[in-house]
Design a protein around this ligand. Structure first.
Ligand code: 5GP
Length: 114
């Protein structure tokens, strides 16, 4: 099933893309919850963390390299940030194409709402 994120990766629908290479695309979240809120998405469509295979290991590791680069480019590498991946219903996943949230630009508070 083609997701909205696959359409963004292919340039079929618009997004504010901040980084793209042969394996990863990163763009601003349409509904940001922090001053910096970027979604880092593998170009390959993988629905959830449960669908990852050993073949994906290297490609998914690249998400961290891209996150580090974007954080530095946006000036929050030193102040810090949070990387978050939701999985499934209890995890609050809305778009079934794996993505890493890069959040920062303010104190983010506790990891979960109490
Ligand atoms: P999830 O809850 O699946 O981890 O996060 C999905 C994220 O995708 C949400 O933060 C939501 O605001 C964002 N989002 C959903 N649709 C679009 C879209 O069409 N464009 C962009 N840029 N972000 C989207």
């Amino acid at each position: 099933m083609t997701t909205i994120f696959s359409k963004i990766v292919k340039g079929e629908i618009p997004a504010d893309i901040v980084y793209q290479d042969e394996t990863v695309t990163a763009f601003k979240d349409i509904n940001p919850i922090a001053p910096v809120h970027i979604l880092i998405v593998p170009n390959k469509e993988i629905a959830t963390v449960n669908d990852v295979t050993p073949d994906d290991e290297q490609m998914l590791g690249h998400l961290f390299i891209v996150a580090q680069k974007i954080a530095a480019d946006l000036g929050i590498g030193g102040s810090g940030y949070r990387l978050l991946i939701n999985c499934g219903s209890d995890g609050g996943q809305e778009v079934f194409h794996i993505h890493m949230h890069l959040l920062g630009g303010r104190k983010l508070g506790p990891m979960l709402a109490k």
